[in-house]
Ligand binder design. Structure first.
Ligand code: AMP
Length: 149
């Protein structure tokens, strides 16, 4: 890749491509698993961010983790959905980005994850950055470059 192309990609900031927090479905640390599963099934998302009561990012929770948690030896132990809370099942070791990081930082963050959460300096949740956003941007780059040729 040429220096020119690299500079252009590094000039694109996460804040330009992220989905802002007000448009992101989320759950809270103390919600029962049942609520999280309802949000996930109704939204159609595989995983959503988990926030604390001051809107700081705590982790993410996904359908697979919930289903694994309630899976017993011979049946799904459905009662666990109301007994257990989101903080008991969520994953907190997740990639985090800030608004002022760039597309290359975003690309690294989503290689092993479908999305990365965006936070401010204090850890407050600002939004998410998805693989879809990267792919759309790359598609734009490729089309622009080939039309110029
Ligand atoms: P996408 O790249 O659009 O398929 O999104 C990848 C993942 O990001 C989804 O499976 C969800 O886990 C998450 N996601 C995308 N958009 C939202 C949203 N508006 N609210 C919550 N999670 C989202």
């Amino acid at each position: 890749m040429s220096t020119m192309q690299e500079r252009q990609i590094q000039d694109i900031l996460i804040e330009e491509l992220m989905i802002p927090s007000e448009k992101v479905a989320h759950v809270q640390l103390n919600n029962p698993l049942e609520h999280a599963l309802l949000v996930l099934v109704k939204s159609g998302y595989a995983a959503v961010p988990v926030l604390d009561s001051s809107y700081k990012l705590a982790g993410i929770i996904g359908k697979t983790a919930i289903l694994n948690e309630i899976l017993g030896l011979e049946r799904f132990e459905i009662e666990k959905l109301s007994e257990m809370r989101v903080h008991e099942v969520m994953k907190s070791d997740i990639p985090r980005l800030t608004k002022k990081e760039n597309l290359v930082d975003g690309l690294n963050a989503v290689i092993n994850h479908a999305f990365a959460c965006v936070v401010d300096e204090e850890g407050h949740f600002d939004g998410i950055f998805t693989r879809r956003a990267i792919l759309k941007e790359l598609k734009k780059e490729i089309y622009t470059k080939s039309y110029k040729k």
